[in-house]
Design a protein around this ligand. Structure first.
Ligand code: ADP
Length: 172
């Protein structure tokens, strides 16, 4: 598996699957979730309504409708509450469960936004390290997913992901 860190808007990415940083209702919200629903169109919301929500750390899949991506994987990141509420394990689960679903649907490329680091306030430095290690550890045993792209919406997020990748590769 190859992991690329890019600056961009995930709603423009033509991957087999893009991941949405959703909330428990799966009925849309602010941030990247709002943009994904706006571009995908009302059919996405209709499909999401049939899913019965999603637990924190888990993931559910829908079609991509008007998005360039074939599928949207909706995962619910933890709200940061200081770090003693299983936030770390739950954030890692978001990445692992999203990749597991992508693989089940034979998606060879998957694009992620930085889950939980917007409205959910997870500290970016920690979140980037958790994301990079969850993705690359998964990739070691699952060669079916060839490319994972982290789509960072701003320079600061990208800087932290670049650093986290470097740190992971250096084994520090
Ligand atoms: P959460 O509620 O999980 O924190 P947010 O959507 O508030 O989710 O933020 C998660 C990350 O997604 C933030 O870094 C935010 O800047 C970023 N983001 C917002 N819009 C987009 C977009 N169109 N493409 C990629 N990332 C985005």
């Amino acid at each position: 598996m190859k992991l690329k860190i890019k600056l961009g808007d995930i709603t423009k990415v033509k991957a087999a699957a893009i991941v949405n940083a959703a909330n428990n209702s799966l009925l849309g919200g602010g941030g990247v979730d709002g943009t994904i629903h706006r571009i995908a169109g009302p059919e996405l919301l209709a499909e999401c309504r049939s899913l019965g929500g999603c637990e924190t750390g888990k993931a559910k899949i829908t079609k991509g409708y008007n998005l360039p991506a074939d599928y949207v994987i909706h995962t619910v990141g933890p709200v940061w509450q200081g770090g003693n509420h299983q936030e770390i394990e739950l954030l890692a689960s978001c990445y692992v469960n999203s990749l597991t679903l992508a693989e089940e649907y034979h998606c060879k490329q998957v694009a992620f936004p930085s889950i939980s680091t917007g409205i959910y306030h997870f500290p970016i430095e920690k979140a980037a390290e958790i994301a990079v290690s969850a993705i690359l550890n998964y990739g070691e045993n699952h060669p079916e997913i060839q490319l994972v792209e982290m789509i960072c919406f701003d320079e600061t997020t990208k800087k932290h992901f670049d650093q986290a990748l470097k740190k992971y590769l250096n084994g520090t």
